[in-house]
Design a protein around this ligand. Structure first.
Ligand code: ADP
Length: 390
């Protein structure tokens, strides 16, 4: 069966065409700069990469380009070959405890959550509407970043704020990167040969979140109402005392909303180092003696260690720490710093193994807590979800 996994942003549309249940990647691509005259469509398959530039007015046009491209390149011969489409949707709130087969009502429900994810959900809906037009007879499934975390208990997801904010506005922790945390923790359970394993998944990319998974269920995660909460990231601050907003707004004669933008876009690695949001630059500069790059790295490592310690206590033990996403999969020095910071938990790094990338164990045989690199695959997770509805 051929399933398309879609990730629609406000001006981009990424997709993968997968052969299921084999989970074989057939083709992948993206349309960038949707809404502009010089939009770029790129498609990769069979080791080839083809790019073209043309005006793409809206997502409907982008989807047409993708579907026509698949046929034109001979990747599929007719649209009937596509058996399902899975859409990544960022915010499912409390309305979606599971992925959902898309109909008009589901789209309305997703739209009702727009206030909770104003940058993401409207763009996700645009992608859904465009694919429904192009492939009206094909089942389409919404797969949410938040669903996996809907198993958290009140003490983990409620903020200690006036309770009516939760009741009236949905102010609570939702968590994100759910498809990644689910994919990696399921894989970890297989590698550990233990479906009841207690694992902590460290998704370290431009966005960073940790998730405590106990017996396959998310019991806590570091991101919150929005992806800003938790650990410092490429450009996000992670946790700060909210009073910072009022202080800086007053000092700089700006609105709190503008200062909030700084916490999202000018903080983290970028804000502390003063020059880059990229982990490679930060590690290189630190190794060459850059003081502020060193601070950026060490603040993040300390915060990750704080969360790991807290999740260890909350779960009452730990079988494995898993690393995934751009940094987790590719930055041995970051992994080493983190494992060093939590060695009191009984995790012992195998330096030779840690120097390598790809899926493998990076702790020693006598390590009581295992450390494992597991490359994430959110598209496969989305396609698996679509398969459940076929
Ligand atoms: P996103 O959250 O946008 O999906 P990614 O998972 O691609 O982000 O992660 C981006 C981060 O991964 C960047 O900080 C980048 O420096 C880091 N990264 C990517 N490749 C490497 C590499 N080969 N070595 C070290 N870091 C890497």
């Amino acid at each position: 069966m051929k399933i398309i996994a879609v990730n629609a942003g406000s001006s981009s549309l990424k997709f993968q065409l997968l052969d299921m249940p084999e989970e074989r990647l057939i083709a992948q691509g993206l349309v960038e700069r949707i809404g502009f005259d010089e939009a770029v469509f790129t498609i990769k398959f069979n080791g080839d990469k083809i790019s073209s530039t043309q005006p793409v007015r809206n997502h409907k046009k982008a989807v047409e380009l993708v579907v026509e491209g698949l046929i034109k390149q001979g990747i599929i011969s007719t649209l009937e070959e596509i058996d399902g489409v899975g859409h990544r949707v960022v915010q499912g709130g409390e309305l979606f405890k599971d992925s959902a087969l898309i109909d008009d009502e589901v789209i309305e429900k997703i739209a009702s959550l727009n206030d909770l994810a104003p940058l993401h959900n409207p763009a996700n809906i645009t992608g859904i509407v465009a694919f429904r037009k192009a492939l009206p007879d094909v089942p389409q499934v919404a797969v949410f970043d938040t669903t996996f975390h809907q198993t958290m208990k009140e003490e983990a997801f409620l903020y200690s704020t006036p309770y009516e904010w939760y009741e009236k506005y949905g102010v609570r922790k939702y968590g994100f990167h759910g498809t990644s945390h689910q994919y990696v923790s399921e894989r970890a359970a297989v590698l550990l040969d233990n479906p009841k394993a207690k694992v902590i998944v460290c998704h370290l990319g431009n966005g960073v979140s940790l998730c405590a998974v106990d017996g396959g269920k998310s019991v806590d995660t570091s991101m919150g109402l929005t992806p800003l909460e938790g650990i410092p990231m490429g450009t996000r601050s992670g946790n700060v005392d909210p009073s910072v907003l009022a202080l800086v707004a007053k000092k700089e004669n700006r609105t709190m909303h503008e200062v909030l933008e700084d916490l999202n876009k000018r903080s983290g690695y970028l804000g502390v180092s003063g020059f880059s949001n990229d982990s490679r630059d930060i590690v290189n500069a630190m190794n060459e003696g850059g003081e502020r790059a060193g601070f950026a790295h060490r603040i993040q490592v300390k915060r990750i260690a704080d969360y790991i310690g807290s999740y260890y206590v909350y779960m009452g033990g730990l079988d494995a720490i898993c690393f995934t996403a751009g940094i987790g999969e590719n930055a041995p020095q970051v992994r080493e710093s983190i494992l060093e910071a939590v060695k009191v938990l009984g995790v012992r790094i195998d330096h030779e193994a840690n120097a390598k990338n790809g899926e493998h164990v990076i702790s020693t045989k006598d390590s009581t807590v295992k450390a494992i690199v597991i490359p994430t695959n959110e598209e496969v997770m989305i396609a698996r979800e679509v398969m459940r509805f076929e």
